[in-house]
Each structure stands twice: as structure tokens, then as C-alpha cells.
Design a protein around this ligand. Structure first.
Ligand SMILES: [Zn+2]
Length: 461
């Protein structure tokens, strides 16, 4: 008789969180039934698992490469500043605790004082930071321009994360720009008002279009952040990319899967980067998976070389806008030449070996096709090194992001310690890893409300 037991392959041992009691528990990243799961065992609440990927080869190989190059401790240089819990929307998918008049609201958290941010920045001298003004809606803080002036005064990057409602007023946007605003991360979930109703609780298409017009008029470097809700706005992916094709002020499009954080509890609707990669390719025909694999290897290698933190739950690809259409990065890069060099990075231990490795990488990237892109490549590399200020990014490349936040389901402590964002907040203080901050906030919240965090886990079938 044939053995019908499903085989289980361990990719990595790690530490995660029990979704029931939110305590740290031992966990394994495993391949099972053609999927990758984060499997955990809580002594009190038993087994639980979170789907990480439906592409086991991709996941296992990228995971292996990530940990082979991300060695040692990299200093954080990018911080989310949670300014307020006020918001002018009530999104059903809210990952924060905006406007605590919903059910199971935590106790109110006062707005962050400017003094606290100044102390925070002054305690981290000697390097340029990216300061992300976020949560829940920073434009509701009357002293936002003052915050920006203080950040700019210290030479840091001023980044605003917003739903954009207040940026309909171009004079207000101009005020922020005059105060030092470098870049805007605009929530942009597509052009379908029915989808907006489900995701944001309001019809927002016209508002978003007007805000984008203002951002273009004032030439504010912009990152579009699109939350993808399964069976809701997937069809908008292609339209958002189409919109960004001829707009030089748009420097990035980030596709974000929802997670069970804040008010959003439906873990059946959550997505990991691997699933988002498939959706983006399906809807746009852009950025195939093999290319994503090679590009992420290159990206992680460069980040490791420069000592920049970035986690495996944030993946990327690069599109080039030229002659009115998109070109995949594979049109310019011969991965067969580049990948063997990337694979050699872990062998380079000394400063000289690393310098030599970098030279080899440069040569492997050089080709007749890539010559025209050299200035752009160089400019992107300099930005990676000095600080990812969208304002100084070249016009043709468009960075694509496949992102997920860490929640009690998917959190992997080994990945989380490379989190590319730290956090300053009034409720739970300072964290060097946003991944840890998310879990601490869930704990803080569950201690103060009767809410139970656990939801059924999505399965592969
Ligand atoms: Zn437990």
C-alpha cells in the first residue's frame, strides 16, 4: 500500500507568536502539500499555522539566499512616526486603531508631541534618517508643517503617509512642501468606487484623482500604496500601473496585502508577498516570478553590501518607463551572468573581498543593452547608500513593491530583526523593528480590551 502521509520539509527553525495568547513560541517554516507555512506550537493553545507561500521553490530559495547575505546587525535608518490616532476615514481594513469609537477600542492615545520627535532625532546623530509621518492620518495634526520643518532642519528625509483627503487643497500641499516635505505615500486602491466603499468605507476615486493632479502640479515625489483585497479590487492593479506609466512624479507603486492588525481581523483576506507577486503578474502581465526572484537576490545583495536593513516580507521589482511603455528589468540585465556573482557574496568576508565582489557585480551588470540605463542604475545605487529619498530618484525607473506587515499570524522573529522600519509611538514607545512594534501593540491592545486575536488560518486548498 502506498504511503499517503504528506511529507513535510523544514526550511528553517525560528520563533513566532501564538495567535491566541500572543506569547513568543517556537516555530518552523515548513513545506507541506506544495505550500509553505509558518507552523507554531503553543504549550497552552496547541498548533497553529500561517500560509506563507504557494510557491515552495521560490520561497525556500529566496529565504536561503536572504539569510546567507543578511548577516550581522544593521543600524535602523527609517522610522515610522505614529503622530495621531485621529482619522477622517473609517476604513474597514484599518491596521491602526483610528478613531477609537469602534467596538473593542483601546484606550485613547494622545497625539505625539513635537518635543518627543525632536528628542528622538537628536538621540540618533550622525546619519540621515527617513522620518515617515504616519498613522492614523497625520494631516489632521495642525502642527504637521512644524514637524516637517524640524525634521528638515536636521537634514532628514520628510515622508508623509496619507489617505490624501486634505491634499485636495493645493494651498495646504504647498504649505507642506514649503515646510520641507520630500515625498508622499498616497493610499491608492484603484479607480473603482464600489471597491473603495468596501476597503475605505467611502467613494474616493475623484478625490484621489484630484490629489494626484495636485501632487503632479507641485512635482511632489509620490509612492502609490495599493492595498489589495482578494475578490474586491484585484482588477485595479493593471489600471494603477497603467496610470503610473507616464507620470514621472510617481516613483514607486507598492502593493500591500492586508493583515490581521488593528481593526482588521479577517485573516482569510490576508496576503503574503508571494501571493501579491502572482496577482500583479496575472493582472498586468508585468514582473514575472522568475524575474522577481533574480531582482530580489540583487536587491538583498546590494542592501547587505551597504548594510541597509530590509526584511524578506518586503520584496521588489523594477520597471523601466521608456517610449511610452514598460520594460522589464530582464530586458537590460542578463541574469545568467549576474546570478553566479550574487551567489558568491556570502564568500566575501573581508573589506577587500567585498570591494572585489562589487566590481565583479558591476561588470556582470554591464552589457550593450544596459548601457543606456547606467546613469539610472548609478543614481538608484547612490540613493540606496545615502537614503531612499524619492525626490532624487531618476524619472524612468518605477520601483514595484510586494509588501506585507507583520501580524501575530505571520511574524517570524528572524525576519523581523531585519525590519526596514523602526517606530516611535505614544502608546508603546520606541522600537528598532516595526515587526516587533506591531506585535507589542497587539499585546498592549489585547491587555486593555476583551478582544480575542485569533482567527482561522487560511489554508492552501
Ligand atoms: Zn498560546
Amino acid at each position: 500500500m502506498e504511503n499517503v502521509c504528506t511529507t513535510e520539509k523544514v526550511i528553517r527553525e525560528t520563533v513566532s507568536v501564538c495567535p491566541d495568547c500572543l506569547k513568543d513560541v517556537p516555530a518552523r517554516v515548513i513545506e507541506k502539500d506544495g505550500c509553505v507555512y509558518l507552523h507554531k506550537i503553543c504549550p497552552e493553545h496547541g498548533d497553529s499555522q500561517c500560509l506563507l507561500s504557494k510557491r515552495p521553490d521560490y520561497y525556500a530559495n529566496l529565504d536561503r539566499y536572504f539569510f546567507s547575505v543578511m548577516q550581522g546587525e544593521f543600524r535602523q535608518r527609517d522610522y515610522l512616526i505614529r503622530m495621531t490616532e485621529k482619522c477622517n476615514l473609517q476604513c474597514p481594513i484599518c491596521l491602526a486603531s483610528a478613531d477609537s469609537n469602534q467596538n473593542e477600542a483601546p484606550p485613547p492615545v494622545p497625539d505625539l508631541e513635537l518635543k518627543k520627535l525632536c528628542e528622538f532625532m537628536d538621540s540618533r546623530p550622525g546619519r540621515q534618517l527617513k522620518i515617515d509621518l504616519i498613522s492614523s492620518e497625520p494631516t489632521l495634526c495642525p502642527d504637521l508643517p512644524q514637524f516637517m520643518r524640524e525634521i528638515r532642519k536636521r537634514g532628514h528625509i520628510v515622508s508623509l503617509h496619507t489617505n490624501g483627503l486634505r491634499l485636495v487643497d493645493i494651498n495646504y500641499l504647498q504649505t507642506l512642501k514649503d515646510a520641507g516635505l520630500d515625498e508622499v505615500f498616497l493610499q491608492m486602491d484603484g479607480f473603482d468606487d464600489d471597491a473603495y466603499m468596501r476597503i475605505r468605507g467611502a467613494r474616493l476615486t475623484n478625490t484621489k484623482l484630484r490629489v494626484l493632479e495636485n501632487l503632479e502640479k507641485l512635482n511632489v515625489a509620490t509612492s502609490l500604496v495599493m492595498v489589495i483585497m482578494p475578490d474586491c479590487n484585484e482588477k485595479e492593479i493593471g489600471k494603477v500601473l497603467e496610470f503610473a506609466k507616464n507620470k514621472a512624479f510617481i516613483k514607486e507603486v507598492m502593493f500591500l496585502g492586508t493583515r490581521a492588525l488593528g481593526y482588521f481581523r479577517d485573516s482569510k483576506a490576508t496576503l503574503m508577498p508571494d501571493q501579491v507577486i502572482d496577482l500583479v503578474y496575472r493582472e498586468s502581465g508585468l514582473c514575472p516570478r522568475e524575474e522577481c526572484f533574480s531582482f530580489n537576490k540583487l536587491y538583498f545583495a546590494l542592501l547587505s553590501f551597504l548594510g541597509v536593513r530590509k526584511c524578506l516580507y518586503v520584496q521588489h521589482n523594477l520597471l523601466i518607463r521608456k517610449d511610452g511603455r514598460y520594460h522589464g528589468i530582464s530586458e537590460y540585465v542578463d541574469w545568467k551572468r549576474v546570478e553566479p556573482v550574487l551567489d558568491d557574496l556570502p564568500k566575501a568576508q573581508t573589506k577587500w573581498q567585498k570591494a572585489l565582489w562589487f566590481l565583479r557585480l558591476g561588470f556582470s551588470l554591464l552589457s550593450f543593452r544596459s548601457l543606456s540605463l547606467l546613469p539610472d542604475f548609478f543614481s538608484l545605487f547612490i540613493r540606496l547608500k545615502l537614503g531612499w529619498n524619492l525626490h532624487y530618484l531618476p524619472a524612468n525607473p518605477l520601483l514595484i513593491g510586494y509588501i506585507t506587515a507583520c501580524d501575530p499570524q505571520n511574524v517570524d522573529r528572524q525576519i523581523g530583526c531585519f525590519c526596514g522600519k523602526g517606530e516611535l509611538a505614544n502608546d508603546i514607545g520606541i522600537h528598532e523593528s516595526g515587526s516587533e512594534a506591531n506585535i507589542d501593540r497587539e499585546r498592549w491592545w489585547s491587555e486593555r480590551t476583551k478582544r480575542r486575536p485569533r482567527q482561522n488560518d487560511p489554508s492552501c486548498q
